[in-house]
Design a protein around this ligand. Structure first.
Ligand code: SF4
Length: 391
């Protein structure tokens, strides 16, 4: 099939709609970190929790027709720092969501928390509100690194937060960062050892990258060289593997049975309704895939509920699918491509052949997955499909 054929109306045909998740964005933080390019805004005074909840409920109601009759398989309350909201507000949020959407009885419900904003009682409150998974932004257990990252918490506070989370939840993720300013391989290893010793069943290890529109972009710190950063990633994979964690996505490691269901849905190109300031979403229909993005500024979002919605051009769907699915170490089942994009796999036959020839991916009758080389050079592998998009 040529790209021209893909531009024709009706080129996309989804036999069934994918699972639907809900993402809720809480856009405030105590302080903006110098590396952060998320839609997060420094808190000034008390948070307008009630007003914001009302806006979130309007948001759901305005978009109900797009998801009518569909069940929510997971909820992720991210930010920003959602743990700045009181447990009472999170309780009201989840009750309001359940009143408006059908949430599956055993849905995974994650809340992001930052050390320095949580203590044991708050975690218990979140659990009682219905949250069943906590993701903690630890980043490092080294006070020097935390200071360089502009984090508001100390290593001791991070340890305390993890301990308190594990006392209330058996499903906990720790976010760690590596290749930090002035970090050596030994320091990165020490961070990882401490994270493993905490006993959290899920760890995410992200390389610090310098993004546009951040303080680090205008005043870049000195970072470890590319090869040193790659060695840190490799050492992390080995240490976590030896400690019984499965490496299942570029940055994600989980004990058996503890993979993040919400994120797996993104990586498998599932649907998600994104509500809240700056939230993104993806909703499929039988003949098209759409994306939406809400107004970024909390005030504008609360006052207008503005949102931009667009249909993803069919020619962009293969790249969008691969951008997610090839992050999975085990790749994806072949049938998933047609199920989620509504296009036959034959539209990317040449690109798959090329990826195989360059030993970046491998396929059998059932699955397509990145090779080890493909995982290391993921951008190179993805470029194959980007070329397709531009053809
Ligand atoms: S706490 Fe997280 S979301 Fe908030 S500014 Fe720092 S990195 Fe960004």
């Amino acid at each position: 099939m040529t790209p021209i054929a893909l531009e024709r109306a009706g080129a996309v045909k989804l036999a069934a709609l994918p699972p639907l998740a809900l993402y809720v964005h809480i856009p405030w933080c105590v302080r903006k970190c110098p590396y952060c390019d998320f839609n997060s805004h420094e808190r000034t005074g008390a948070l307008p929790e009630k007003e914001y909840l009302a806006s979130l409920f309007h948001d759901i109601e305005n978009h109900l027709p797009a998801v009518w009759g569909r069940r929510i398989v997971s909820i992720f309350i991210g930010g920003g720092t959602p743990s700045l909201f009181s447990p009472e507000s999170i309780d009201a949020l989840l009750s309001g969501v359940r009143a408006r959407l059908q949430v599956e009885p055993h849905a995974e419900i994650t809340l992001e928390a930052n050390p320095g904003t949580v203590e044991a009682a708050r975690f218990r409150g979140f659990r009682d509100a219905g949250v069943n998974r906590i993701s903690i932004g630890v980043q490092s257990f080294d006070d020097r690194m935390l200071a360089r990252l502009g984090r508001i918490h100390s290593a001791a506070e991070a340890r305390k937060a993890v301990e308190a989370a594990l006392a209330s939840f058996d499903n906990v993720n720790l976010d760690l960062m590596y290749a930090l300013p002035g970090q050596t391989a030994a320091m990165a290893r020490a961070d990882l050892e401490q994270a493993i010793a905490c006993g959290a069943p899920h760890l995410s290890a992200y390389q610090l990258t310098i993004e546009p529109n951040t303080v680090f972009y205008s005043r870049p710190p000195e970072l470890p060289e590319h090869d040193a950063a790659a060695d840190m990633q490799l050492a992390a994979e080995q240490a976590l593997g030896a400690a019984g964690y499965e490496h299942y996505e570029t940055s994600a490691f989980a004990r058996p049975g503890r993979r993040c269901r919400h994120n797996l849905n993104y990586w498998e190109f599932g649907d998600y309704l994104g509500i809240g300031a700056g939230a993104h979403g993806k909703i499929s229909f039988p003949d098209r895939v759409t994306r939406h993005e809400r107004a970024k500024q909390p005030r504008e979002y609360m006052e207008t509920g503005n949102s931009v919605e667009k249909t993803v051009p069919p020619a962009e769907l293969p790249f969008a699918f691969m951008l997610n699915a090839l992050r999975l170490v085990e790749g994806f089942e072949i049938r998933l491509f047609a199920e989620r994009t509504g296009l036959p796999l034959t539209v990317i036959q040449n690109e798959l052949n090329e990826g195989e020839k360059r030993e970046l991916l491998i396929r059998d009758w059932k699955r397509i997955r990145p090779t080890e080389r493909g995982q290391r050079f993921l951008n190179e592998l993805l470029e194959e499909f980007l070329v397709y998009r531009r053809r």
